[in-house]
Design a protein around this ligand. Structure first.
Ligand code: ADP
Ligand code: MG
Length: 444
């Protein structure tokens, strides 16, 4: 449906047009049909389908048309700070011709600014569960005054252990029938349904694509490979396919760090994102990646879920996810809003066992590609590391020359710049992967 044909407030229509949206996405269509009538909804729709605008447009329109009533704020609960900031960004874009005050509230940073903002009055409150609870306990966030509630990435939030916090928040609010509540998730687990039924007023369940979970525009490929030569295969694939950017998923934090460093030393500008990095650092890395400041990012599920990167060409499951639903979330990062993308997965002796549940969940086989020797590329980081050790002596923890923490949180590219450029380290832009056999021969 065209937005301009919808009976929305003229200023909201202008904001939507300025944002560049002309037509609703399917999930927006189905959601707005219910929510603009004031009904509660629990919505399942894949990542990247436009759920954010679905609830923001609902909030703005209903808050505008409800102005004769006592003013009530909207609360949007999200699992991560990154997502909070992302939603804030979209909210600000869509508020352009409106007068709502938007605030973002999350942990890991000081309270002062956030408290001041609440005192001044905030109409659209976006936040993570823990910080919202803190602020409500301090009496600054008045949960009884919340007239609109959004729970975004609900299943994710429960996966991350936020259920008790969310329940506490919900219990402090007014009765479900005197507010409008909306729940959104890429999947609707039993827990999400239960929360919807318990804390929402007669919610309409809207489910899109529950059967065929992956979008057709994603090309999926599976490679069976031993774990110790995965770096060489990845390097070979990157050299051959030359993606403009790629998001690489791993299962463990230490793999994220090590692999990012490896890729970086091989000439692929790369950083890593994992849950143990400080919030601010994670946010910065994510923003830089989204802005294309560096093309490759290695991430764990917790760190990357719910975010979107426009024009992501490739997703790599360097480790197959332990949770089959995460496969869908991961590869859904590419091919957003109809664009095409590629999803490459490695099945190794450690995580290969997760393939069966993933395929059972997808109700399809992931096309397997034979692995041949010419696909492997030499891992130049080994050369660099050997030289590095020779020049500087064995690494001691805490020294600033390149120990895991030395370069500072997310980066692996600091303190190396001078050396690389002076020729001390190999940093080929593209390792021209074909024909390098040494990587694989090392491995066997
Ligand atoms: P989800 O929350 O479902 O994962 P998002 O809300 O993050 O998805 O939206 C994914 C992308 O689609 C964003 O880049 C957003 O700007 C874009 N988008 C949303 N609605 C529309 C629309 N009606 N027309 C065009 N693009 C849209
Ligand atoms: Mg979303």
């Amino acid at each position: 449906m065209l937005f301009k044909d919808m009976n929305l407030h003229p200023n909201l229509l202008r904001s939507i047009a300025d944002r560049g949206y002309t037509e609703t996405t399917p999930v927006q269509d189905r959601t707005l049909a219910e929510t603009l009538e004031g009904r509660d909804v629990a919505v399942q729709s894949q990542t990247g389908t436009g759920k954010t605008a679905a609830f923001l447009i609902t909030l703005y329109e209903n808050m505008l048309s409800g102005q004769t009533q006592k003013w009530r704020s909207a609360l949007i609960i999200v699992p991560t700070r990154e997502l909070a900031v992302q939603i804030e960004g979209e909210a600000r874009l869509l508020v352009r011709h409106l007068k709502f005050h938007i605030g973002c509230f999350y942990g890991g940073v000081g309270y002062e600014k956030q408290e001041a903002q609440l005192r001044q009055g905030t109409d659209i409150i976006i936040g993570t569960p823990g910080r919202l609870l803190d602020l409500s306990e301090k009496g600054l966030l008045k949960l009884k005054e919340v007239g609109y509630l959004v729970i975004d990435e609900a299943d994710r939030m429960f996966d991350m252990g936020f259920l008790p916090d969310i329940k506490r928040l919900l219990q402090k609010m007014t009765a479900p029938r005197v507010r409008q509540s909306m729940l959104f998730s890429a999947t609707l687990s039993r827990m999400s349904r239960k929360i919807a039924l318990e804390y929402m007023h007669d919610p309409v369940f809207i489910e899109l694509t529950p059967e065929n979970l992956t979008v057709d525009t994603i090309t999926q490929e599976l490679y069976r490979v031993k774990s110790h030569i995965k770096p060489n295969l990845l390097l070979g694939i990157l050299a051959k396919e030359k993606p403009a950017n790629a998001l690489i998923f791993v299962n463990m934090r230490h793999t994220a760090f090590k692999l990012a460093k490896k890729l970086d030393l091989n000439g692929y500008r790369c950083r890593y994102l994992s849950g143990d990095l400080p919030q601010l650092k994670r946010l910065q890395i994510m923003e830089d990646f989204m802005e294309g400041k560096f093309p490759f990012l290695v991430a764990t599920d917790v760190a990357a879920r719910g975010l979107h990167i426009d024009d992501l060409e490739m997703v790599v499951n360097y480790d197959l996810p332990q949770d089959h639903e995460n496969y869908v979330h991961r590869i859904g990062r590419t091919a957003r809003c109809g664009k095409s993308g590629k999803a490459i997965s490695f099945a190794d002796e450690k995580f290969g066992e997760h393939l069966y549940p993933i395929e059972a969940f997808l109700k399809q086989r992931i096309p397997e590609k034979p692995v041949t020797m010419d696909m492997f590329a030499t891992d130049r980081s080994l050369e660099y590391e050997a030289q590095h050790k020779y020049e500087r002596g064995p690494e001691t923890p805490g020294r600033s020359g390149g120990g895991p923490r030395g370069g500072g949180g997310g980066g692996v590219d600091r303190n190396r710049g001078g050396r690389e450029r002076s020729g001390g380290a190999p940093r080929p832009r593209s390792p021209h992967g074909s024909g390098h056999g040494s990587g694989s021969s090392r491995g066997h």
